[in-house]
Design a protein around this ligand. Structure first.
Ligand SMILES: [Zn+2]
Length: 171
């Protein structure tokens, strides 16, 4: 990978031998391995606990993913929720698992679906919902060069009822 990054530097008109760039191929290669760990590692496991809790568990947090068309970052604001059916998972596991899905090149639409399908399969809950708001740096720094946010949502099971959805949004 380092060799190819050196080549990119040459192709854009840089001198990969100048002092500031000498270590850059190594650093960039290391960064790619770090940020795309979702492709090379197993998903963080869910720890399941029995629970009769029957309401919504909602988690909101920020992270990053990567546009598969430009390999540029997408800043994400994530709202995730599920309604358990006899078992819950540790709340930090929710973030770890979603971040693992984000750690690869994606299109936002597919990422949204992957997350809800994964939680449906692994937690067997009554329902799952996720809303992603993405700020695509490929729109910000190139092309249309505009600071904008793209929202996508996906839901399964009990969130298909409008009342459940409204309760989630109110939380
Ligand atoms: Zn893009």
């Amino acid at each position: 990978m380092e060799k190819e990054i050196r080549k990119i530097l040459q192709e854009i008109g840089e001198d990969p031998e100048r002092e500031g760039l000498r270590e850059t191929p190594k650093r960039v290669a290391k960064m790619y391995q770090e940020v795309f760990y979702g492709l090379t590692t197993k998903p963080p496991e869910f720890k399941l606990f029995k629970s009769n809790y029957n309401g919504i568990i909602k988690k909101t947090f920020d992270c990053f993913t990567w546009c598969e068309h430009h390999l540029s970052p997408i800043e994400l604001k994530i709202s995730f929720g599920y309604i358990p059916d006899g078992q819950v998972t540790g709340i930090s596991k929710i973030i770890r698992r979603i971040k693992w899905w984000c750690a690869r090149p994606v299109i936002q639409e597919d990422l949204t679906d992957w997350i809800v399908d994964d939680f449906m399969k692994e937690l067997k809950p009554q329902g799952v919902i996720v809303i992603l708001k993405g700020r695509h740096f490929c729109e910000l720094v190139r092309g249309i060069k505009t600071d904008s946010w793209t929202a996508t949502s996906s839901l399964r099971g009990s969130f298909e009822h409008i009342q459940t959805r409204e309760e989630f949004l109110k939380l």
